[in-house]
Design a protein around this ligand. Structure first.
Ligand code: GUN
Length: 283
């Protein structure tokens, strides 16, 4: 039986730690704040944004909410970002993705000041991460590192295989694992013999966006398996990129879906907001 890596508990621990740090800043007269921008009415995005606001309330972070209509122009959105960049009372800026098709996401991401880029999506944040400088880390992969560390998984020297090469998860995940002294391989849809590579992994991180794709035949006995995927399975059930029932008996530790990686993203976002307030106040 594999040990379950409890993302619900670990994310709560991180939020509790952030709450304490935010309260200590407030005692020094510094309020931590996050501006959240949502354009349009995608139902999934609305749920994510509501959860981010709830986490702000929990941790004592002031949240400013900008809910803009679908017809908002790119120019209007960029103007709002400029205003928030200049506003000293705003520490973090988050634009919920995806944006409506008429708005260029790259232009929007690049407009957010790297000092307030709590999502870690700005090219400067990505560059800092890749050369080991201080900067904001993309929240989901940063959350995966915390799951591993807080479950006593040794990354140093381990064979780490990341399946997926997206800008938001796969690539920053690889960079963070390298920073932790893992030996890292990144696989993707064009990888010749995926099984042969994933079978080498001591730590297997799966972020390919295909429901239950990874079964036991891809996993080495005793590996640690981190499932970043989340999909609807029928009416009520959720599943990940990993076929849990097949893989759980062969691995040593595994994240469930839901309750694994999912809750970590928002916990790390809260911590990034705290870090933004610290950096902006030169503490
Ligand atoms: N949409 C889905 N995940 C995310 C995220 O982590 N940040 C933002 N800004 N949008 C998202």
């Amino acid at each position: 039986m594999a040990e379950l890596i409890d993302g619900k508990k670990i994310s709560k621990d991180i939020k509790d730690e952030t709450k304490e740090k935010v309260a200590a800043l407030l005692e020094k007269g510094i309020e931590t704040s996050l501006a959240v921008i949502l354009v349009g009415n995608d139902p999934a995005s609305s749920v994510y944004v509501a959860n981010k606001k709830k986490a702000c309330e929990y941790t004592g972070i002031r949240s400013l909410s900008y809910e803009l209509p679908e017809e908002t122009t790119e120019e209007e959105l960029l103007k709002l970002i400029d205003e928030l960049n200049a506003d000293k009372t705003v520490n973090g800026i988050l634009v919920q993705l995806p944006l409506p098709k008429h708005i260029n996401e790259d232009a929007v991401i690049k407009r957010i000041s790297p000092d307030k880029d709590v999502d870690g999506f700005h090219p400067e944040s990505v560059g800092r991460l890749s050369i080991g400088e201080r900067g904001f880390q993309s929240c989901t992969p940063a959350g995966v590192i915390q799951l591993l560390k807080r479950s006593d998984v040794k990354i140093e020297g381990a064979e780490c295989v990341v399946v997926g090469r997206s800008n938001i998860v796969g690539k920053p995940m690889a960079m963070l694992l390298i920073r932790e002294n893992g030996t890292v391989t990144v696989c993707h849809s064009r990888t010749k013999d995926l099984r042969e590579v994933t079978k080498r992994a001591d730590i297997l991180v799966v972020a390919i966006g295909k429901p239950e794709f990874i079964d036991a035949s891809y996993v080495k006995e005793g590996a640690v398996v981190i499932d970043v995927g989340i999909h609807r399975k029928g009416e009520k059930k959720l599943c990940g990129d990993v076929d849990f029932a097949s893989v759980e008996p062969v691995c040593s530790k595994i994240t469930p879906v839901p309750g694994g990686v999912g809750p970590m993203t928002i916990a790390m976002l809260m911590n990034n907001c705290y870090e933004a307030a610290v950096m902006q106040n030169k503490l």
